[in-house]
Design a protein around this ligand. Structure first.
Ligand SMILES: [Zn+2]
Length: 324
């Protein structure tokens, strides 16, 4: 299973047999399919995208699953809304259970949106019920391969990653992307987590994967460069944590705009100044300025950077997220 796969002529990483990736973008995480050795074994799906994309995810899966092949299991690397929003629909349609990281099992079983952070971020997720836990140290047997579950705190304290040694494949979730990693959410709450990000990068380096399938973006094989870039970034954020906070609020605003498509500037200011994660981040890092001024400046910067496009419609300024 370690043989002739590498990169195709376009430089895109070719995946080991039996593994498919639906590369989705930013509102929805990638969906990774670990096919069974036979269609009857069933397929394991890792992460299910954002709630508003659930029907699209279901339809995309139908284009990849073979005849007679259904999902037998859904796994979540972590419970951010862009990774578990399709859980409810997909588990219902395929009649399959869901496993979640152990640290969030109780919160998700009782659907505590406060602890699950959907309320804090102003994001949405359809309620689902987990059947069990995806525990670090556990091995998942699928399609003749053995997937090892590893803890990967940092971006999210409860996140796990999955590694398959014989093919050298790593599902890195938001712990490592080709260029960076996901927002380090605990840091926005004043909890030290950059050390955990660095320790998780050490874990990934020790695993020495041949190909990484990240939570967002294409699979990649130049893992040492990705780890170097991620380490430089975490060192920079350690030195200047307010830079991380700026990056985080910009990314969360862009994510919201991907969800809603467009918004008047006034509505978006209202949303920013009433959504808990923005209020707490402003209070911790930027409260020398008033909250309204800060939110207004944030939007100006996103327009200047062309992340958002502004147009005047009658009396209103309308903001749209830039395509692509
Ligand atoms: Zn995440």
């Amino acid at each position: 299973m370690t043989s002739a796969w590498g990169a195709d002529k376009s430089g895109v990483a070719v995946l080991p047999p039996g593994i498919s990736v639906l590369e989705r973008g930013w509102l929805s995480s990638n969906n990774v399919l670990l096919h069974g050795a036979t269609p009857e074994e069933g397929t394991v799906l890792v992460d299910t995208g954002y709630a508003s994309h659930a029907e699209q995810t279901l339809a995309l899966l139908d284009t990849i699953l073979r005849p007679n092949e259904a999902l037998r299991l859904i796994l979540n690397t972590h419970l951010h809304s862009d990774h578990c929003g399709g859980n409810a629909l997909l588990s219902q349609r395929h009649g399959c259970p869901i496993l979640v990281p152990p640290g969030e099992y109780i919160a998700v079983s009782t659907w505590d949106e406060e602890v699950l952070t959907f309320r804090a971020t102003g994001q949405h997720c359809t309620r689902f019920t987990p059947a069990g836990k995806l525990v670090p140290g556990q091995t998942l047997h699928q399609g003749g391969r053995e997937w090892h579950v590893h803890a990967a705190p940092g971006h999210d304290p409860h996140s796990v990653i999955l590694h398959e040694p014989s093919s050298g494949t790593l599902l890195s979730a938001d712990a490592l992307w080709e260029r960076g990693f996901g927002i380090v959410f605990p840091e926005l709450d004043g909890e030290d987590a950059f050390d955990q990000v660095a320790a998780t990068l050490d874990t990934i380096e020790r695993l020495n994967p041949t190909v990484v399938i990240p939570g967002h973006g294409p699979p990649f094989r130049d893992v040492s460069t990705a780890i170097r870039i991620a380490r430089e970034r975490v060192d920079y954020f350690r030195r200047e944590p307010e830079r991380h906070a700026v990056h985080a609020v910009k990314a969360l605003t862009a994510f919201h705009m991907l969800e809603v498509g467009q918004s008047s500037r006034d509505e978006l200011i209202d949303w920013l100044t009433s959504t808990p994660i923005f209020i707490s981040t402003w209070r911790r890092f930027f409260s020398l300025h008033g909250l309204l001024d800060w939110a207004s400046e944030l939007l100006d910067q996103l327009v200047k950077a062309k992340v958002l496009l502004a147009s005047v419609e009658g009396e209103r300024v309308v903001l749209r997220v830039r395509d692509g």
